[in-house]
Design a protein around this ligand. Structure first.
Ligand SMILES: Nc1ncnc2c1ncn2[C@@H]1O[C@H](COP(=O)(O)OP(=O)(O)OP(=O)(O)O)[C@@H](O)[C@H]1O
Ligand SMILES: [Mg+2]
Length: 339
């Protein structure tokens, strides 16, 4: 395992109390693997990766039973060692709203050169050549390295940020919403580019998105997150062909699928629970058309459904019938939260 974490919890201390943004997350990423994490806004995706990369604000509390990268116990590493040995060299990040994180007063190429030289011993000429090579790799003309961010479109800036994340050939590249905010055609081009890059190198990728259809085509495994918890995780094919958790069923209904163009979208009524003070029972119960009393009272544990396929639902045995009912709009309209 490249990355292996168990029982990861993150909470933010706020004036109103602790916000439990990530709860008991168990996740691993193997070498040469693409793992996708999907879930609605506010479910803790960014918090999860920030906790791995030590990017959380002061006042955030992280606990984990295990948090290891290449079998190294990350919490035991000093910040200095982490910055020098892990960040960028081993794990890199394309941050959420990456397009906005380029400094407008410096040339794009210079910003990437500087980032490379901060983490690796490389001459100016070598770093420059590397950036040209990276631009070419992500589909930007190498001559563009001398231009300023405002001369780039949103999609081009996103490519530049992906180039930056690949600069030191890290074992794991984390991309937080790499296509959000771009128009559909540009999104498709970026996704195609990421797939191409994957075919050429063996970096693992952790891809974060709220749009489940974006990761459908590229991930080996997919985790569905809700209210800070993993609701379901499975090989991508299983998750799409035999989803179990009602939240997964709802998410699939809510986003356009490439395979079923024109299928009417059904949104999940209601909104995620407040994470202040934590949630009892299944966090999705309030919005779930299949919820029974047990769901409100008792938090379901992740249970193995098939090899490599886990789901946290008390009614997982009834997945087949839930799948059929979930495809009908009325099912979601009649749920309690729709009233
Ligand atoms: N600095 C903070 N202080 C307090 N609460 C925070 C802080 N940052 C995030 N949160 C809360 O933690 C929860 C998870 O937020 P996070 O940004 O990780 O979600 P996300 O899944 O990345 O959402 P999005 O899809 O909008 O990016 C939310 O309830 C959010 O309001
Ligand atoms: Mg986020």
């Amino acid at each position: 395992m490249l990355l292996d974490l168990n029982d990861l919890c993150v909470s933010y201390a706020t004036r109103a109390g602790a916000v439990h943004a990530v709860e008991d997350v168990r996740l691993s990423i193997a070498e040469d693997e693409v793992v996708g994490i999907a879930g609605e806004s506010g479910c803790g995706k960014t918090t999860l990766i920030k906790s791995l990369l030590r990017l959380l604000p002061k006042g955030a509390r992280v606990t984990a039973d295990r948090l290891a990268f290449k079998d190294r116990d990350l919490p035991k590493m000093s910040d200095r060692d982490f910055r020098r040995q892990i960040m960028w060299n081993e794990i890199s990040l394309v941050p959420q709203s990456a397009q906005a994180s380029l400094n407008p007063v410096y040339r794009v190429g210079d910003q990437i050169i500087e980032a490379i030289q901060e983490h690796a011993d490389m001459s100016n000429a070598a770093a420059r050549a590397r950036v040209e090579e990276l631009f070419d790799l992500v589909g930007l003309e190498p001559r563009l390295i001398t231009t300023y961010p405002h001369e780039f479109s949103g999609g081009m800036r996103q490519r530049a940020m992906i180039a930056m994340a690949l600069a030191l050939d890290p074992a794991l590249v984390i991309m937080d919403e790499p296509t959000t905010g771009l128009d559909v055609l540009v999104q498709e081009r970026i996704i195609r580019k990421i797939r191409e890059l994957r075919e050429r190198s063996r970096n693992s990728i952790l891809l974060i998105t709220h749009d489940i259809s974006v990761i459908a085509e590229m991930s080996d495994r997919i985790a569905i997150m809700y209210a800070g918890q993993i609701m379901e995780m499975a090989p991508a094919i299983d998750l799409f062909e035999e989803p179990v958790h009602p939240y997964t069923l709802g998410l699939k209904n809510a986003f356009p699928s490439i395979k079923q163009i024109g299928k009417p979208l059904i949104s999940i009524p209601g909104s995620p629970p407040s994470l202040l003070g934590g949630v009892t029972g299944c966090p999705f119960a309030e919005r779930c058309p299949f919820a029974v009393e047990q769901c409100l009272a008792e938090r379901p544990a992740l249970k193995e459904i098939a090899p490599g396929h886990v789901a946290a639902c008390h009614r997982s045995d009834e997945a087949k019938s839930m799948r059929i009912k979930a495809a009908e709009k009325e099912t979601w309209q009649s749920s309690k939260s729709a009233a």
